[in-house]
Design a protein around this ligand. Structure first.
Ligand code: COI
Length: 355
């Protein structure tokens, strides 16, 4: 259990008004959580302080070798006025999976969740209440030791910042276009693809720019060895409904183990769908698109929630999915997950946690 010091701002910022467009990840609240790690001392000095710039030595190792971990989750204001988090224990576990891979010291799971709750509690007035909005929470660790040698750092910062946000994609719940990338790869097995760390996202940018230039919102990655099997999209996991079955690439070490992915698998099984986590080749997908067996495609992620995919582009071909409209299962999953998250629906699996 952390002993968290709380220092409130004396210069509160303007909280966006109801109905004001928020975008995603542009606006930050009045406070942040911060805690230090030093070798020999462990994690120490947990505090919630006014949101502020950091001062770091230019040789801080994070700037050079990218030893960093981040997470993403959301807080919602329920219809009952309470504030809820969605499965924060899963983020705490995944944070340590990433930490372990990156030689960052683990953060006790209960401390991770306590830190989030502490800062969300202080800034609870910032949680937006318009449909489709939430308070996006970004916990992250950076290595701070001033040293140019390549080695695990001896000092770190763990921080949590908060951003009142709307839909991740500008198009909201409207179906997005996805570009299946056949040149660049994002990750390989044995690498860091399963970890939530900056390098994976830096590796994705060149293809994303290419896709954007062609009018596609995101990139769908193929495996790094054969460039044959579907892996994930830049900011979400991917699902297909093929001849009535729900199919998603199995976790293979280079795919991010998404929390929304896990929730969707549970819901689909509970609703009686046949669900398959397995290798999905791009050839199988294209064949299913040609024959009409490919009924729905959607992405899942904390930021994106459930994001319908309306078209896929592979090599020079573009396939429209479901007439470019939101599929029935996609809509049902979106309604169920956002309903549970915001407290509008029952939560029989205990996924919601009160702050
Ligand atoms: C999230 O969905 O929370 C993520 O971390 C994806 C991010 C790249 C926006």
């Amino acid at each position: 259990m952390l002993n968290i010091r709380i220092e409130k701002t004396t210069m509160p910022k303007r909280i966006p008004a109801k109905g004001e467009p928020l975008g995603f990840g542009h606006i930050f609240t009045d406070h942040m959580f911060i805690m230090n790690y030093d070798e020999g001392q462990g994690w120490h000095d947990a505090r919630v302080v006014p949101y502020q710039n950091l001062s770091l030595d230019p040789s801080a190792m994070v700037f050079h070798y990218g030893q960093t971990m981040f997470e993403g989750l959301k807080a919602y204001k329920g219809a009952d006025g309470e504030v809820y988090l969605f499965r924060p224990d899963m983020n705490a576990k995944r944070a340590n999976t990433s930490n372990d891979r990156l030689c960052i010291p683990e953060i006790p799971e209960e401390d991770f969740v306590q830190a989030i709750k502490a800062v969300v509690d202080v800034d609870r007035a910032w949680i937006p209440e318009d449909e489709g909005t939430s308070l996006y929470i970004r916990p992250f660790v950076i290595s701070t030791e001033p040293h140019l040698g390549v080695a695990p750092a001896k000092s770190y910062l763990f921080m949590v910042i908060l951003s009142p946000s709307g839909a991740y994609y500008e198009s909201g719940l409207a179906p997005v276009g996805i570009w299946i990338e056949d040149e660049y790869v994002r990750a390989v097995r044995g690498g860091i693809g399963f970890a939530k760390t900056g390098g994976n996202y830096a590796a994705s940018l060149a293809a994303q720019v290419k896709a954007h230039d062609d009018g596609f919102a995101q990139v769908l990655w193929l495996d790094g060895v054969e460039r044959k099997y579907i892996e994930e999209v830049g900011s979400m996991n991917i699902f297909f409904k093929i001849s009535g079955k729900v199919v998603t690439p199995m976790l293979n070490g280079s795919i991010l183990p998404g929390i929304t992915r896990n929730s969707v698998l549970t819901l689909c099984k509970d609703w009686g769908y046949e669900v398959e986590e397995r290798k999905v080749s791009v050839d199988e997908l294209i064949e299913a698109a040609h024959t009409g067996a490919l009924e729905e495609v959607f992405g899942t992620g904390t930021a994106a929630v459930i994001s319908p995919v309306g078209k896929l582009r592979y090599m020079e071909e573009v396939f429209e999915i479901g007439g470019g409209k939101i599929g029935e299962l996609t809509q049902r999953l979106y309604d169920e997950i956002t309903g549970i998250q915001s407290g509008k629906l029952e939560d029989p699996r205990g996924w919601r946690q009160k702050v």
